[in-house]
Design a protein. Structure first.
Length: 256
């Protein structure tokens, strides 16, 4: 039987730079464990739309926690690298769930190749600075976005791509994930009004992201404790040569 957790009166305290919230009651000290709650769950709970149960509230060592994420647009149709100046907002359940599902897929991907940073890897230098709090998440993501944009622009097929950079933890282990989301073309309907009448049209969308059930073609996953690398990538023709963009150019790592 699932036990419903009621906290009245209570408030929620967010840990700095994480998506973890502790449940604080005026009748007790801070709970011994810091429960993982997503912002939408708290908002719905306080609005009496849902009750929190043991199924919803998990120990932070037993669940995935997305700390930071940002999306940059590598738009080769317009010839622009659109760098976001803000991180993604996890108060939107749609954003959090989209990231969470893709991260779960790549974490369990059996087709992953493994690698280790080569001596002198510039990516490793930037990542190490970020983990040592000598550089920001934004700076790291811009470094990655600029390299990928420049290299893909030189390839034989410069397909519009969105870059997701995610700092997250899973079962207590911290990771940095890079996901290259190739934009798809899709069709949908559009309702228009003219001359006082309604008519339905079919329109084309040029920047549709992969569904949460679809595999990501190219990604890299770096453990932040031992710098072990997992990745999936496809060969591209860059400057006339067949190249694996992620391991050979961006990460500068071995491949096994």
């Amino acid at each position: 039987m699932t036990e419903t957790m009621y906290y009245t009166p209570c408030h929620f305290e967010r840990r700095a730079d994480t998506s973890i919230y502790s449940v604080i009651s005026s009748e007790a000290q801070r709970v011994e464990k810091s429960w993982v709650l997503k912002k939408w769950q708290i908002r719905a709970f306080l609005a009496n739309e849902v009750s929190l149960t043991n199924k919803d509230i998990k120990d932070d060592k037993q669940t995935m926690i997305i700390n930071k994420a940002i999306l940059h647009i590598l738009d080769f149709n317009s010839g622009m690298c659109i760098i976001s100046q803000k991180e993604l907002d996890f108060s939107d359940i749609t954003i959090y769930e989209y990231l969470e599902k893709h991260l779960e897929h790549i974490k369990s991907d059996l087709n992953q190749k493994s690698g280790a940073f080569a001596s002198g890897s510039s990516f490793f230098v930037q990542l190490d600075k970020y983990l040592a709090e000598q550089g920001s998440f934004m700076e790291l993501s811009v470094f990655i976005g600029n390299i990928l944009y420049e290299q893909i622009a030189r390839s034989d097929k410069a397909v519009p791509t969105d870059l997701l950079v995610v700092d997250f933890s899973d079962n207590g282990t911290r990771y940095l994930a890079l996901l290259l989301l190739t934009s798809k073309i899709a069709y949908t309907h559009q309702v228009s009004t003219s001359d006082g009448s309604i008519h339905n049209e079919i329109i084309k969308h040029h920047a549709i992201l992969p569904n949460t059930t679809q595999k990501v073609d190219s990604y890299a996953l770096v453990r932040c404790d031992n710098f072990a690398i997992g990745f999936v990538d496809k060969k591209r023709i860059i400057n006339g040569q067949e190249t694996y963009l992620l391991p050979e150019i961006l990460l500068q790592c071995t491949s096994t």
